[in-house]
Design a protein. Structure first.
Length: 294
């Protein structure tokens, strides 16, 4: 049985840990509120922009000329992986890494064997994980969450689009967590580039009228397509940020509960140990007194 001093030290240690997890839960809750507001405001805009692009593309005759819509034989692949910068958020990062590895094994096994799968890491945890696995990783934007804004994400999107347009990659996929609620995140592995001729996820009726483009059809699509891709990446980063805070809040809440249960057990052990020590001392005193009598 552990000594009273050891049990006391463990109680103090667990109590300190519980205070830390409580504080981290409160911080995550405050960040989650801001992140949730951001993503709820972004979703309608991103959806409407996607619908607009789909409608204009379906009514345009030369929309297939965009280099960002050019489908090629897939030899070189870039996977954009959105994780967090820090841990202590449960299985949030682990699930994304597993989903990415599953995507590579199921869809790009041949390219991976030839060393033609690269990772574009948004978040330090993803970068560290894939460097350990031997992948070539672009780490230019791993600290994106420390300065999260549209300008920073736009630069990342522009770099990806430039590399695809120049033929450095034949396909770009995007893996991220979509925020559903505090306890639930949905992993998405979506095609980012080339963009499809028509977005099948958006159900729009075929236009029954001829569109008049002002300025020209090419200029409108040249503006809309890159903008929609930037917004799509920005939305995925905001979704991931909200998901991270929700996962951290849940993990810290569970850690606080576990610490409370552990404190109960330790206090019980402490009281039993103390009682046993007192009983032993009483028996020694009584035994000494009896010995003096005799």
């Amino acid at each position: 049985m552990a000594s009273l001093k050891e049990v006391r030290s463990r109680i103090v240690s667990v109590n300190s840990t519980q205070q830390i997890t409580k504080a981290m839960k409160m911080v995550a809750a405050a960040k989650l509120r801001r992140a949730q507001d951001g993503i709820l405001q972004m979703r309608p805009y991103a959806q409407k922009l996607g619908e607009m692009l789909s409608t204009v593309s379906s009514g345009a005759e030369s929309s297939a000329d965009s280099p960002l819509k050019t489908a090629r034989v897939v030899n070189k692949v870039l996977i954009v992986v959105v994780t967090s910068d820090r841990g202590l958020c449960g299985a949030f990062n682990t699930n994304i890494i597993k989903a990415t590895m599953q995507l590579i094994e199921e869809k790009y096994a041949f390219q991976a064997r030839n060393g033609n799968v690269e990772i574009f890491a948004l978040g330090k945890k993803g970068a560290e994980a894939f460097v350990r696995r031997g992948f070539k990783v672009n780490t230019s934007y791993t600290d994106i969450f420390s300065r999260l804004n549209f300008v920073t994400v736009k630069l990342a999107a522009e770099e990806i689009m430039k590399d695809f347009s120049e033929g450095r990659y034949d396909a770009v996929d995007l893996v991220y967590n979509e925020f559903k609620n505090v306890a639930t995140q949905i992993i998405h592995a979506d095609r980012y580039l080339p963009i499809p001729s028509e977005d099948k996820s958006i159900k729009t009726k075929k236009p029954e009228v001829n569109y008049i483009f002002e300025p020209s059809e090419e200029e409108i699509l040249a503006e809309l397509i890159p903008k929609s891709l930037k917004i799509k990446l920005y939305r995925s980063v905001l979704e991931s940020n909200a998901s991270e805070q929700g996962a951290r809040m849940t993990a810290m809440d569970k850690a606080t509960e576990n610490a409370q249960e552990l404190l109960k057990d330790l206090r019980l052990v402490y009281n039993r140990t103390r009682q046993a020590a007192i009983t032993k001392e009483i028996l020694e005193i009584v035994g000494g007194a009896e010995a003096l009598k005799n």
